[in-house]
Structure formats: structure tokens, C-alpha cells
Design a protein around this ligand. Structure first.
Ligand SMILES: NC(=O)c1ccc[n+]([C@@H]2O[C@H](COP(=O)([O-])OP(=O)(O)OC[C@H]3O[C@@H](n4cnc5c(N)ncnc54)[C@H](O)[C@@H]3O)[C@@H](O)[C@H]2O)c1
Length: 341
């Protein structure tokens, strides 16, 4: 079977990581990436020697790219003519407008969490609504936090019947290059419930979910305290076992030296993970605690905000293109190609 061709529109923090993830898939080909200016990720792409064809989304902006020495292969329309699907990772608000362009080319498309809710056909989670989404054309992804929440919720729900979930999120204030959002020296509470609960309930209305957010002055990763109320009695050993079995969750131990989000980030850089990224949700093993006779589970996890959405974006491509019939097959395929064990 020939590889399906994918366009990534918006080559920023998320677009560059999704592009790299697509290149690792054995049934997908990155046909090209599109942006509108010679941003640092676009300049770094050229300097890295990766041969991703670069397109310009806005004809008048082409000169800006070329003047900065960026080789521009063509305009967005040229790219869209030769692909099977688009992943849009543009600045929030642009994706919803781009949907009309993708429609003109009859292309299915995937949009990120920063877009307004309701303009896509559904919010997608491979764990909860893969089959329903196979019939659709435009999917919106979860945010990084909701992606991590959904992975853990699914394990608790499928294994022990998740009745209720409370997530207390300490949210990073900005990505590393978003200096316009700082410097900051404060903790910012948000209205409860935060958007993560609303998005999650969209895919799993049977789980009573509340999320709250406090924004903290850090750049590398969010941290979340999770409280799961389950219907079936379980134990810490069993939770450790099921979390260990899920390739998109990784247990770390405080006693091994992983004492903060920064230590995990640094570890990722030392093990030569590109950009210090990780696709998994790190959960600290010592934070897993049970009470209410094994029916309430507590844990604390990190959310590496940038790369965590990559696996689910790739699952969404498989879903919309009908490349795998079941969510299990789609996730197994994505995990295998991304090296998630
Ligand atoms: N940064 C994160 O941690 C994170 C995590 C999860 C989801 N998201 C979501 O991902 C989306 C992208 O966020 P980001 O952090 O990558 O933003 P970003 O600013 O790093 O990247 C956006 C890119 O889109 C480009 N762009 C703008 N208009 C365009 C157009 N018309 N055509 C092509 N490119 C265009 C910009 O030049 C920029 O390079 C947002 O919806 C955001 O909410 C971000």
C-alpha cells in the first residue's frame, strides 16, 4: 500500500513535533510543511538539514521567507493539491479559518486545542471515540493536559469502572520562547471547572469530572494531582501494573532522582531525546496512593506539554483515513513507529 501523504500547516512548537512524528510512521509521508514567516523553528528546520518541503500559506508572505534564505517550494494550494490529509497546528484562531480552504480541496483535517470549540465535527480521543470519529471529516485534538488526563482515565475506567475524577492542574505559564508572557512571579487560579473537564466530558460523559487550574511561573511541563473514584476495589500494586503496561504512561521514582519536572526534562535531554521531548505521561510512583478501601486512587503526574499531543494526532490521521479499523490497532501502530514500548 502506498504511503498516505500528510501536510502540516503551522510549523511552530506543535507543528514541528507532529512533523517529526509523521516522518517516523511507516504508512505516512510528510508531503510538506507550511508557515507564513521565517520563525525560529522554520530557520532551524533549514539549518538542521531535514528535507521537509516548505510551503508558504499566504502568497504575499513568500518574499519574507525567501529573503531570509528559506527555500519555498510553493504556496499552500500547491501542497494541498497533493496530500490526503492536513494537520493544522497554526496560531489559535487561524485553524478555524483554514477549515474553509481544506474544504475547498475536499481534504479531511485535524485541528489543535487552541481553536474555539464546536467548529470541528468532534473532539477526538482514540481511547473514547475512535469508532464514531471514523465517519467524520474534521477533528479537534485535546490540549496537552486533557491528553494526559484521558490516558489515565481510560485505564482506570476500563480496569475498575471510573465513576468520578478530580484533576488539580498546576499549569506552566508559558512555552520556553514565550517571553512576552513573562517574567512572572505569581500563582494564578482559574475559574473551576477549567476547560479540560468540558472537553473530556465531550468524549466521556459517563465520568463525572472536575478540573481546576493554577498557573505557575515555569516553562517545562505542567503537573497534575489526579483523584480517581472507581467502582471496583483495587490496590497500589495493580495500579502500578496497569500504568506500566500502557506505553503512553511512564512511571518514574522520586527515589531514583526524578524529584521534579525539571529533572525529568533534563533526563530527556541527557538520553538524547530530540529537544528534551517525551510523548508519555510521567507519573511519580511514590505518589500513587489508595484509600476508601481501594476505591479512591491518588497520583501526581507531569505533562510534557509540547510532545505529548503527537501520538494522538497521528492516531487521528489513521482514524480519518481509515488506516486502522480499531483504536487498539491504531494506537499500537503509532506507538510502534514512535518507539513507545
Ligand atoms: N505549545 C503547547 O504546549 C501546546 C500544547 C498543546 C496544544 N497546543 C495547541 O497547538 C496549536 C499551535 O500552538 P503552538 O504552541 O505550536 O503555536 P506556535 O505559535 O508555536 O506555532 C504556530 C505557527 O503557526 C504559524 N502560522 C500562523 N498563521 C499561519 C497560517 N495562516 N498558515 C501557516 N502557518 C501559520 C505561525 O507562524 C507559527 O509558526 C494551538 O492551537 C495550541 O493551543 C499547544
Amino acid at each position: 500500500m502506498s504511503k498516505k501523504r500528510v501536510a502540516v500547516v503551522g510549523y511552530g512548537t506543535i507543528g514541528e513535533r507532529i512533523s517529526d512524528g509523521i516522518v517516523l510512521q511507516d504508512d505516512l509521508e510528510l508531503a510538506g510543511v507550511a508557515d507564513i514567516s521565517p520563525t525560529l523553528p522554520v530557520r532551524a528546520l533549514v539549518e538542521s538539514g531535514k528535507d521537509y518541503p516548505i510551503y508558504c500559506s499566504i502568497p504575499e508572505k513568500r518574499k519574507d521567507l525567501e529573503n531570509a534564505g528559506i527555500p519555498v517550494k510553493g504556496l499552500l494550494d500547491d501542497l494541498l493539491e497533493e496530500v490526503d490529509i492536513v494537520v493544522d497546528a497554526t496560531t489559535p484562531g487561524i485553524g478555524a479559518k483554514n477549515k474553509e480552504v481544506y474544504k475547498k480541496f475536499a481534504l479531511p483535517a485535524i485541528f489543535q486545542a487552541g481553536e474555539k470549540r464546536g467548529f470541528a465535527d468532534a473532539i477526538f480521543s482514540p481511547y473514547f471515540n475512535y469508532q464514531k470519529c471514523r465517519e467524520l471529516k474534521y477533528l479537534q485534538m485535546f490540549s496537552c493536559n486533557t491528553t494526559g488526563i484521558a490516558r489515565q482515565a481510560y485505564i482506570c475506567d476500563s480496569g475498575f469502572g471510573l465513576k468520578e475524577m478530580i484533576c488539580l492542574i498546576v499549569r506552566r505559564a508559558a512555552d520556553i520562547s514565550e517571553t512576552h508572557k513573562g517574567p512572572v512571579d505569581a500563582l494564578l487560579p482559574q475559574e473551576i471547572p477549567s476547560h479540560q473537564a468540558e472537553d473530556f466530558i465531550h468524549v466521556a460523559p459517563h465520568i463525572h469530572t472536575i478540573t481546576g487550574v493554577i498557573t505557575a511561573p515555569v516553562c517545562h511541563g505542567h503537573a497534575t494531582m489526579m483523584i480517581f473514584e472507581v467502582g471496583k476495589k483495587t490496590s497500589k500494586e495493580e495500579i502500578v501494573e496497569v500504568f506500566n503496561k500502557e506505553p503512553r504512561i511512564r512511571l518514574f521514582r522520586l527515589q531514583d532522582g526524578f524529584i521534579s519536572t525539571s529533572h525529568i526534562f533534563d533526563y530527556n535531554r541527557d538520553r538524547m531525546s530530540p529537544r528534551g521531548d517525551m510523548y508519555e505521561v510521567p507519573v511519580w510512583e511514590e505518589t500513587i496512593y489508595l484509600d476508601r478501601e481501594g476505591q479512591r486512587i491518588y497520583s501526581i503526574n507531569m505533562i510534557p506539554q509540547e510532545a505529548i499531543v503527537v501520538p494522538e494526532n497521528i492516531d487521528a490521521i489513521r482514524c480519518l483515513l481509515g488506516l486502522e479499523d480499531t483504536p487498539e490497532e491504531a494506537m499500537e501502530h503509532t506507538n510502534r513507529c514512535l518507539g513507545l514500548k
